[in-house]
Design a protein around this ligand. Structure first.
Ligand SMILES: [Zn+2]
Length: 118
């Protein structure tokens, strides 16, 4: 894979993650730098495994989710379950696949594609 293809995949994934962060009100400066750090790591990873480009969005979403858990808390919350008093984080499904979605593990429902949270 050419390095320009890697950059295209990373740029698209970064934009989608930032859209989700904005939709769920955590696109603060330190969170954005957390995303940049995850992108930098995945750039290295893609250089080792160029065939991984289709997985990079789902993996980046999980990287950012993990980083937020330590620094900020659970993200993104499942709004349906939170309304019933049982807040939990959505999970990325599939963990390693193309076209990743945010899903509620409790009700086994798909909430939105990654990048399309509202
Ligand atoms: Zn839920």
């Amino acid at each position: 894979m050419a390095s320009s293809d890697i950059e295209t995949a990373l740029h698209a994934a970064r934009a989608l993650i930032l859209a989700d962060l904005t939709a769920r009100d955590v696109a603060e400066a330190e969170v954005v730098s957390m995303v940049e750090k995850a992108v930098t790591h995945r750039r290295w990873w893609l250089e080792q495994w160029p065939d991984g480009a289709e997985f990079v969005l789902g993996l980046l979403a999980q990287d950012v989710q993990d980083a937020l858990l330590e620094a900020y808390g659970r993200w993104p919350l499942c709004t349906a379950c939170a309304a019933e008093g049982d807040p939990h984080a959505l999970s990325v499904e599939p963990e390693l696949g193309s076209e990743p979605h945010w899903a509620c593990g409790k009700n086994a429902t798909v909430v939105a594609p990654v990048g399309r949270l509202t």
